[in-house]
Each structure stands twice: as C-alpha cells, then as structure tokens.
Design a binder for this molecule. Structure first.
Ligand SMILES: C[S@@+](CC[C@H](N)C(=O)[O-])C[C@H]1O[C@@H](n2cnc3c(N)ncnc32)[C@H](O)[C@@H]1O
Length: 225
C-alpha cells in the first residue's frame, strides 16, 4: 500500500511531461485544490453542462451503499438515486467543505470524509457501488486507487467511472498536448492520460465502456472480482 505522501508514479502516460520531471505529492495536490476549490465550486454548473449526461448515465442506477471516491465538491451527488446511502471521500478539506454544501443544497443525506483514495479506510466489500469522476488523472498512483475501489466494493457490486483523456480529434488532442504541462503544474491533472490504459493496468474487468465529447470522456462499468 502506498503511503499518503508517496510521489506520483513517474512517466505515467506523460513520459515526457511534468508528471515525470516533477511528480506531485498528495500534499501538493491538496494545496492546489485548496486554491481552486471555490472557483471550481462556482463554475460547477458549467462542468455539469458538459459532463452531466455521462454522470447521469453511469451513476443514475447505483445503490444502495454508494462510495464516491474523490468526490470533490459533490458534483456526482445529484446523479445518485436519493435512496442510496451515500459516502464521499476526498483528500482536500476545501473540496469537502463544498461537498457538504452540495449535500445541504440538494437536501439529501450523506457523509463526507477526508481520505486518500490510494489507501481507503474501509473494510473489504463494504459498498454496493463505488463511483468516481474525473479523478484517476489526479491520483499520484491511479492504479493503486482503482485497486482500492475494487477492494471495498462487494463482489456482486459495481464500479462506475467517468474519466477524461486525450481527444481522438487531432486538433483538440494537439491543443491538449500543448497545454498538458501547464495544466499539470496548475492542478496536478494529467490531461492526456488514457483512462482505459490505467483501468487495464489495474487489472479491472470492464463490462461496458463508452466514449463521448470528441473522445475526451470515457465511462466505465466494471465488475469487481
Ligand atoms: C478534478 S477533481 C474531480 C472532483 C469530482 N469527482 C468531480 O467529478 O467533480 C479531482 C479531485 O480528486 C481529489 N483527489 C486528488 N488526489 C486524491 C487522493 N489521493 N485521494 C482522494 N482524493 C484525491 C482532489 O482533491 C479533487 O477533489
């Protein structure tokens, strides 16, 4: 199990990028989100405009004990059935503060806790569904985080992901590559990481996957082993 402050794995899908030259620690990522949490919360509506349909498709039928890993400001919460027993975890206290506000604004029950996705403080098989959005790009060790998601998911449960990666449209991909270093330095996000590569490297069993938004969004339904 990695320690919470273990540096990012060098070179993951950005061999020449900043992730290999100056890997960010969990503490640096936490500090970065402290800076951007309010801005992200304010413009969450724009995020939902773009990613809402993917979140609805992947998270709209999950239950009953649901864990949202790296829940951020709780953008996923509105897409999870109200009947679900919802738990959100994130490494950033600032993002979690906004997640609490989201729960209150949605007038729904749920708990949020500060926790490292790479070392989840939950027992094995404790959740019926583990969901996560736009997160593997930020985890220092996304493979470890995905294996943790599988560990805490019941064998007959489901893991659902909505992730982003490099576009399959040339000019958009070129722009992403051009901005990738600056983006990583700003928010610790590997913008052009291929989510499918990380999921495969974690050895997860994908039962369904879709792509959208010019190839930039990939969603997964995964069966835990
Ligand atoms: C781009 S935001 C996505 C937030 C939310 N899932 C969403 O879809 O809007 C990435 C989130 O991952 C969290 N994060 C990064 N590294 C983490 C880690 N090791 N453990 C838990 N959360 C982490 C950040 O604090 C941030 O809230």
């Amino acid at each position: 199990m990695p320690t919470t402050d273990e540096p990012a794995r060098a070179g993951r899908r950005g061999e020449d990028g900043p992730a290999s030259r100056r890997p960010m620690s969990v503490d640096e990522i936490r500090a970065s989100y402290a800076e951007y949490a309010d801005w992200m919360h304010r413009f969450e509506w724009a995020d939902r405009l773009v990613t809402g349909r993917y979140r609805r498709e992947r998270f709209g039928d999950v239950g009953s004990r649901v864990l949202d890993v790296a829940c951020g400001a709780g953008t996923n919460f509105r897409y999870v059935p109200r009947s679900a027993d919802l738990v959100g975890v994130d490494i950033s206290p600032a993002m979690l503060e906004n997640a609490r506000e989201t729960l209150s604004a949605l007038d729904r029950e749920g708990t949020v806790r500060e926790m490292d996705a790479q070392d989840l403080d939950f027992e094995d098989d404790g959740f019926d569904a583990v969901i996560s959005a736009l997160s593997t790009c930020t985890f220092p060790d996304p493979v470890a985080a995905l294996r943790e998601m599988e560990r805490v998911c019941a064998p007959d449960g489901t893991i659902r992901l909505v992730e982003h990666g490099r576009s399959d449209v040339g000019p958009i991909a070129a722009f992403q590559e051009w901005r990738a270093d600056a983006h990583y330095e700003q928010v610790g996000c590997r913008w052009t990481q291929e989510p499918r590569e990380v999921v495969d490297e974690a050895g997860l069993s994908v039962v369904d996957s879709t792509t959208g938004l010019f190839g930039m969004v990939t969603t997964f339904e995964i069966d835990p082993r």
